[in-house]
Design a protein around this ligand. Structure first.
Ligand code: ZN
Length: 307
């Protein structure tokens, strides 16, 4: 069976034609990176994302088609910080694409120039199941990091495709200008809720909370990637009651059973928010991701009487 799949893939590789000379094939691991890449690359690049926005980016089910997509990539953009470490490395190896191997010219990890929070200072706890052993990988949820990601993409596209460097620079500047306008709007919308205490399921919202003044006081997960335990849930309910926390943010790919149980004990409201572009249909690009989340969050805060 395995041999058959390998043979089929070889045939597919042989049949696949390189993209047109004008369009550069870019593959991103997430739809967030795909959206920012499209902003910078415009019609000079063709972008495909591997994971869908409604999937947990830590644990994506690898499809055979991913290998073919990666085989044809001129540039692979990853979130990094081990976000994709459970599913991507084997696919990169199987792609037989020398360009996109880590460290190669077609491999870009923009986390190296982003603001990364929660970098562990002591012993790395990955052995205990913590999936954030290299710092918080959900950094795209601060628009300032969106800006840094765009710059990293612009720099790399300009190296790979120097003939269009001015085009990429102009697009990146335009994205930065529009992002700046949007950031002013988002900050003004969120200003009345500065310091609002929230609980989140996973540590997805650390950068978002820093950017928009929320105070994440606790998590449904005892550690990133570790499912809720009865003892942790009990402590959480006590802490939320003491601190009068009224909002629980839950990513679309987690079971709402524990959040709902916690909500019923504490009078808090459970709000499903997507950390990624494509997580819900309205969050169709990087700008609309923030538009959608901020509108839903403010609605929930008002409904819960949290402010
Ligand atoms: Zn995570």
């Amino acid at each position: 069976m395995k041999a058959t799949i390998a043979a089929t893939l070889l045939l597919l590789f042989a049949a696949s034609r390189p993209g047109s000379a004008q369009t550069l094939n870019v593959v991103t691991t997430t739809e967030d990176l795909a959206s920012i890449a499209r902003e910078v690359g415009g019609d000079k690049i063709k972008v495909s994302a591997l994971a869908r926005g409604y999937q947990d980016p830590h644990f994506v089910e690898a499809k055979p088609s991913f290998v073919l997509t990666l085989n044809k990539a001129r540039l692979l953009i990853v979130v990094g910080r081990d976000l994709e470490s459970s599913w991507l490395p084997a696919l990169i190896t199987q792609s037989r694409n020398a360009k996109i191997q880590p460290g190669g010219p077609g491999y870009l990890d923009p986390s190296t120039s982003a603001r990364i929070l929660e970098i562990p200072t002591g012993t790395v706890t990955r052995a205990m199941g913590d999936v954030h052993a290299l710092g918080n990988p959900h950094y795209w949820l601060d628009p300032e990091n969106g800006r840094r990601i765009a710059k990293a993409i612009k720099d790399r596209l300009s190296e790979i495709d120097a003939a269009n460097a001015a085009y990429y620079a102009q697009r990146e500047a335009d994205f930065g200008r529009r992002l700046g306008e949007a950031q002013q709007r988002w900050k003004a919308q969120m200003a009345p809720y500065k310091g609002l205490k929230v609980v989140t399921y996973h540590r997805s919202w650390t950068n978002f909370a820093e950017a928009f003044g929320l105070d994440v006081v606790n998590y449904i997960e005892p550690k990133p990637g570790i499912p809720p335990t009865p003892q942790h849930t009990l402590n959480l309910i006590n802490a939320m009651t003491a601190q009068k926390v009224k909002i629980i943010l839950v990513e679309p790919y987690f079971d709402t059973k524990t959040p709902n149980a916690v909500a019923s004990k504490t009078g808090a409201k459970v709000l499903v928010l997507t950390p990624s572009v494509g997580g819900v249909p309205q969050a169709s690009d990087y700008f609309k991701l923030f538009d959608t989340n901020i509108a839903k969050l403010i609605d929930a805060i008002k409904t819960a009487g949290a402010r």
